[in-house]
Design a binder for this molecule. Structure first.
Ligand code: ACO
Ligand code: ZN
Length: 472
């Protein structure tokens, strides 16, 4: 299916010769920009071809199905015959631990579990799809004729785009990392979800069952996170579902904001459904089916109808790398309102209670990095501005370690923040931090905007020493 020639730019007179892996300018939705994009998959519906494209220098959130008119076929780079470098150039999730039910990568410290018993929900479906794909490929079945099925032939495209390898086969662990970069998981597969009052368009792939992803919308109970095929089925569920808040213990409440702590072992189904939901908005995380080693902190907003999920973060019960967050998410309808920073603040508050410093699990997403940088800068500046001179010194004498102790932010994050803010100067043989007036003013303005803050007095929580337990 791929071109026999090496990578080359060529004029192709029609879109008919385009194949998966081709790169060409594509008009982005809602504008007249034509960035370079890669064709991830092609499907044919009633004699029209649709192309699933990834814009090379953009986040995968923007990947979409486009029709021929949006392709500039005058400048096409055909994929190289072998070697996925050009042919499957869509950025793939890093092989790093992601945790919280969203595990990724082959981080040795990450616990794993037997697969068959642990696979729930869509995982079995995804595993089966991949298995089917591989066995079909072994049998040498042409997949082109099936390119229209299975959400635009995602499966078929996967088989065409990659050489057969062990990598594509499900691994015998609870983690789905083995197929982290398969084309199936590179494409959005859910059209829409309904969660409480919100209809939300997903950003990324999530392994909901195949019978769910074919539907125009998945209806999710906002309290227990179970999913249903139709509004009617959801209504029937709601009539029976007693939950009006997440399961687990409410460990924080101030105003309408609460936090619930959920043990991934005790509330497995909830934890797995939360992971499935979260995966729709987390790209660089691969689903991790063993939720036992994680705690989930779900933030809710209360009204007369109940405690509505706003966001969550997950945390390993024991982290050898001092991670205090595995995955973090604000539900899209609540994003850019300061809830992300509230979640982050809460995670550091837990670390303070534990008497530790912590850091989020890497890699961070683009939005994760923005949010963390902003939180670290606010927190560190706040500490520096409030610091008072001691003894005979004119200016406060602060060590990096003191910043870490007071804020629970890990040393490397403190240093990178000070460097990013350009605050560290070398003066008369020593490093000093210089704060200018402008920075102080802009910091105060930013802090005024953060109306809602975590109040440690409202946290009712004692850290557990998980290492002392025989089993999580
Ligand atoms: N574009 C530009 N800036 C943004 C955007 C955006 N789309 N979204 C957030 N920001 C900035 C905000 O302006 C703010 O910066 P500021 O304080 O300097 O103004 C900062 O990021 C945080 O904003 P919040 O409103 O507090 O955060 P939000 O509620 O939007 O949540 C989060 C941030 C959790 C990263 C959210 O974007 C999200 O859920 N994204 C999808 C999942 C994800 O990527 N999670 C992080 C993965 S990394 C990990 O899990 C360890
Ligand atoms: Zn329910």
């Amino acid at each position: 299916m791929t071109d026999d020639t090496d990578e080359r730019e060529t004029i192709c007179d029609s879109a008919a010769s385009l194949v998966e892996g081709c790169r060409l300018p594509v008009r982005m939705a809602g504008g007249n920009d034509w960035p370079l994009a890669e064709i991830v998959s092609i499907k044919e519906i009633r004699e029209s071809r649709f192309f699933y494209v990834h814009y090379i220098d953009f986040n995968k959130r923007l990947d979409e199905w486009v029709t021929e008119e949006r392709l500039d076929t005058r400048k096409v780079q055909f994929p190289r015959r072998d070697g996925p470098a050009q042919g499957t150039g869509v950025s793939t999730p890093k092989k790093l631990g992601l945790g919280a039910g969203m595990g990724g990568g082959s981080v040795p410290s990450r616990p794993s579990s037997p697969v068959a018993a642990e696979l729930v929900n869509g995982s079995a479906v995804l595993a089966a799809a991949l298995h089917k794909k591989m066995s079909r490929k072994r049998k040498g079945v042409s997949l082109e004729s099936e390119a229209g099925e299975a959400r635009g032939g995602a499966e078929a495209a996967g088989a065409e785009a990659r050489p057969e390898s062990q990598e594509a086969l499900p691994r015998s662990t609870g983690s789905m990392v083995a197929h982290h970069d398969d084309v199936v998981t590179r494409m959005k597969n859910v059209e829409m979800i309904m969660l409480g009052r919100h209809r939300i368009r997903p950003w990324y792939f999530s392994p909901y069952p195949q019978e769910m992803v074919h539907l125009p919308c998945i209806y999710i109970c906002e309290f227990c996170l179970k999913y249903r095929k139709s509004l009617k089925c959801l209504e029937m569920h709601l009539a029976k579902c007693n939950l009006r808040h997440p399961p687990g213990n409410e460990i924080y409440r101030k105003g309408s904001i609460s936090f619930f702590e959920i043990d991934g072992r005790k509330n497995k189904v909830y934890a797995q459904n939360l992971c499935l939901l979260a995966k729709l908005f987390l790209d660089h995380k691969t689903l991790y089916y063993d939720t036992d080693p994680f705690l989930f902190y779900v933030m809710t907003d209360f009204d007369a109808r109940g405690f509505h999920i706003v966001g969550y973060f997950s945390k390993e019960k024991e982290s050898t790398e001092d991670y205090n967050v595995a995955c973090i998410l604000t539900m899209p309808p609540y994003q850019r309102k300061g809830y992300g920073k509230l979640l982050i603040e809460f995670s550091y508050e837990l670390s303070k209670f534990e008497g530790k410093t912590g850091s989020p699990e890497k890699p961070l997403s683009d939005l994760g990095l923005l949010s963390y940088r902003s939180y670290w800068a606010h927190t560190i500046l706040d500490f520096l501005i409030c610091a008072k001179p001691t003894g005979d010194f004119e200016s406060p004498q602060i060590t990096i370690n003191e910043i870490c102790e007071q804020t629970s932010i890990k040393k490397e994050d403190v240093i990178s923040t000070l460097q990013n803010l350009n605050l560290i100067n070398y003066y008369k043989g020593q490093y000093i931090i210089t704060l200018n007036h402008e920075l102080i003013t802009s910091h105060s303005r930013a802090m005024e905007k953060r109306a809602t803050r975590i109040d440690p007095k409202c946290l009712h929580w004692t850290p557990k020493d998980w290492s002392k337990r025989a089993k999580w």
